[in-house]
Every structure is written in structure tokens, then in C-alpha cells.
Design a protein around this ligand. Structure first.
Ligand SMILES: C[S@@+](CC[C@H](N)C(=O)[O-])C[C@H]1O[C@@H](n2cnc3c(N)ncnc32)[C@H](O)[C@@H]1O
Length: 260
């Protein structure tokens, strides 16, 4: 009898980020890497006010929030749903003696989060593809909608995704994958076309949805965000080897909270 296949869910992703391999991987990056140059350039451009109240979703072990605090941002709230990563972020905040309010929350259920009650942010970030690690488009849209609910009109949101149409090689691979889906022969653990679930040495298992540009534009429009900017990372900065070893090429997105 064949083993039953369980599709990837939010709980699977959370478990994978709490795995010791992921915790070590993201903690090392939080300690040693800090902001990528592309992140630094765009943060300076779109988040020029260091007194702004900022919300970071999927903060992991604190790589981005701690670097922002060290760069002078004074009002930072950051959350993650992986408790083990959040504990690492907390210890880095203490070690670096910076001010970041960390809390546990699921980006798809921010309305249920007591820490956010009554707060309104001047900007939000969901860096290094965290939004795309939420299985199912309706859940990614839920996360975008709930972040919009806690941001003032005009507030910027920055995030990154892959782009499955970025290179000719990727387009060929995804055409082959589309043929598998058309015949119902895709990996049964996957739930939507564009999903991947893979294992890497030293990182563990990763779920990632790889979108096309039009998909993100439609998701932003449907969830209370107005597209402002998007660009592939290599066109913003040629990142050093250590950043490219940690992270693949990605597309940066900035949207602003649509006015009421
Ligand atoms: C690729 S890691 C990036 C971590 C960190 N931002 C960094 O750049 O090093 C993505 C993060 O998003 C978090 N994440 C994914 N889905 C989430 C959700 N639904 N709610 C909260 N955090 C989530 C994961 O736990 C993980 O820490």
C-alpha cells in the first residue's frame, strides 16, 4: 500500500523553520550577514524616516530588524511564527543591546494578535521571501490584507519573491512542470502551480511558492496595496559572494497602503 501524502501546510512550514538546521542557518546570518546591500539601498529610499513605526513580518533570527535598529531605526516591532527562531532573535537583541519589540504571531492571523491591538504602523517589511513561504494564494492574500489593516494609508510595504519567468532556463523548467501539472503528474505534496518543496544541506526543508510578476501585482491590488516599485536584486546591487551563498536571486517589491 502506498504511503499517504500530506500536502504542505502552514504547520509544516513552521515545523521546518523550527528545525535545528534552519535555526542554525538563519541565526548565523543574523549574526554575521546583516542587511544585504540591495536591502540597505531600498530601505534608505523607501523608509527614510528613522522614527517611523515599522513592522517586520517573518523576522526569523532577527537579521533585518537588528540591522535596522543598529542603523538607527527607533521603533521596530517584529514577529515570526517559528518559536525557535524568535528565541534566537531575542537573544541577539539582548546581545547587541538594541530596541526591537519581538512577539510570536502568524502573518495570516494578525487580527488575533493581542500585541498589535490598537497599533498602526508607518511601514512594514516581509523580507527574504517569507511571504512566499505561506502555502496557498488565499493565505498569502490574507497575510497581505492583515498587514494592510495595521498600516496607515500611504505606508510602504517591502518584500521579496522569486520570479519564475526571470531567466530562459527557469522558463524551460516551468514549462516542463506545467506539462506535469496538466497530466496530474506533479508532486502530490504541492498544492498550487509554482510551489516547490525541497531539502538543502545545512538548511533543511523549504517550502517556497515561486510567482510570476502579474500574480503579485494582482495580489497587491486585491489586498489594499498599491504597487510602487519592483526590480530584480542584481539590478539594484551586485551582492558579495556571502550574500549570494545565503540567498538566490529575487525580485524586490514595494507597495504603499492604499488610501481609505
Ligand atoms: C526565509 S526566512 C527569512 C528570515 C529573516 N527575515 C531573514 O531574512 O533572515 C522566512 C521567515 O518567515 C517566517 N514565516 C513564514 N511564514 C510565516 C507566517 N505565516 N507567519 C509568520 N512568520 C512566517 C519563517 O518562520 C521564517 O523565519
Amino acid at each position: 500500500m502506498s504511503e499517504s501524502v500530506r500536502p504542505v501546510r502552514g504547520a509544516t512550514v513552521r515545523e521546518d523553520f523550527n528545525d535545528v538546521r534552519a535555526v542554525v542557518h538563519y541565526t548565523k546570518a543574523a549574526h554575521a550577514l546583516g542587511l544585504w546591500e540591495s536591502e540597505r539601498i531600498l530601505v534608505e529610499q523607501f523608509f527614510p524616516n528613522k522614527a517611523a513605526q515599522l513592522l517586520e513580518a517573518g523576522c526569523g533570527a532577527g537579521r533585518v530588524s537588528v540591522a535596522l535598529a543598529e542603523a538607527g531605526y527607533r521603533s521596530l516591532h517584529a514577529f515570526d511564527f517559528a518559536e525557535e527562531l524568535l528565541a534566537q532573535a531575542q537573544s541577539l537583541v539582548i546581545e547587541r543591546n538594541v530596541n526591537v519589540t519581538l512577539f510570536h504571531a502568524d502573518a495570516t492571523r494578525l487580527d488575533k494578535c493581542p500585541m498589535l491591538s490598537g497599533l498602526q504602523f508607518d511601514g512594514a517589511l516581509f523580507m527574504f521571501n517569507g511571504l512566499m513561504q505561506i502555502p496557498l494564494r488565499r493565505n498569502r492574500r490574507r497575510a497581505l490584507r492583515s498587514m494592510a489593516a495595521f498600516c496607515r494609508p500611504g505606508a510602504p510595504l517591502m518584500f521579496t519573491t522569486h520570479d519564475r519567468e526571470d531567466s530562459p532556463a527557469e522558463r524551460v523548467l516551468w514549462r516542463l512542470e506545467a506539462a506535469r501539472w496538466a497530466k496530474g503528474k506533479q508532486d502530490p505534496i504541492l498544492r498550487e502551480f509554482g510551489d516547490r518543496y525541497y531539502e538543502e544541506d545545512g538548511v533543511g526543508r523549504t517550502f517556497m511558492h515561486l510567482p510570476v510578476r502579474e500574480e503579485i501585482l494582482a495580489d497587491l491590488k486585491a489586498t489594499g496595496w498599491t504597487h510602487q516599485y519592483d526590480e530584480m536584486r542584481r539590478r539594484i546591487s551586485a551582492e558579495p559572494r556571502k550574500v549570494r551563498d545565503f540567498s538566490d536571486e529575487c525580485r524586490f517589491w514595494v507597495a504603499s497602503r492604499t488610501g481609505d
